[in-house]
Design a protein around this ligand. Sequence first.
Ligand SMILES: C[S@@+](CC[C@H](N)C(=O)[O-])C[C@H]1O[C@@H](n2cnc3c(N)ncnc32)[C@H](O)[C@@H]1O
Length: 264
Amino acid sequence: MDTSQTAATGRTSAETDALIKILDIGDTAPGARELRARSYELLGLVPDASVVDVGCGAGRAAAEMAERGARVVGVDPDERMIGVAAQRWPGAGFRLADAYALPFADGSLDGYRAEKVFHVLDDPARAVAEARRVLAPGGRIVLLGQDWDTILIESGDAELTRTIVHARADLVRTPRVVRGSRNLLLDADFTDVTVETRTWIFTGASAVPILADLAGKVRAAGAISDEQAEAWIAEQRDRGSRDRLFLALPFFLTAATRPALSGR
Ligand SMILES: C[S@@+](CC[C@H](N)C(=O)[O-])C[C@H]1O[C@@H](n2cnc3c(N)ncnc32)[C@H](O)[C@@H]1O
């Protein structure tokens, strides 16, 4: 197993590969494709638009925008992610870079997109300031993400489920950042700020790895015991096998325009 670490994210390559597996399951959720398509609409994506997908992960959205004719660069500080993205989607461009220091000139981009990224940032306002720097006047920003305290899971043990969901949220740097995204953009003087929501609903056994990952991380952090984690995962596995699993993840799309005239 490759255990080399990416300094920027602190993840090993094996951990990045595990994350990619979870993200791939999410990408197949009913509604995931529609959510991405809506983000491209909100970006006002047109052929030849220059767009960055920040924290692009394994690159699916960057590739979809490239297929629509945009000039896209997917950036991510994780070398392994960028390697997988470039291998999977040779038609799109990918670069190693951080949300706080994007490799683009001031005012050079038409669009900025970040999906499931701002919750991992310790300073989302700094990332928004960087987005504002690289966007041209009239450029669009779209932030997509989930609220980590608002994950709905059907279980016979509601109390343990609540503990798992909240303990998992506590492991995330900024778990409730989507609630503040509108304010972040307003405070950075973006205009036309809108917020929409779409909910991903999983009812099949394919979602069991997502739930097992959730409980596994909470167990590793010591918030629940091995026995509790095993029993809870077994219940979810059983639900999956009987078509009785229910997991809902509300996603929020916060979009705005970089103003044409700026005092800053
Ligand atoms: C949950 S993944 C989402 C990936 C992709 N956007 C998607 O929707 O599948 C979060 C991504 O943010 C990246 N990331 C972590 N820290 C970052 C930073 N400081 N700047 C930009 N991206 C970062 C991670 O490497 C990872 O690929």
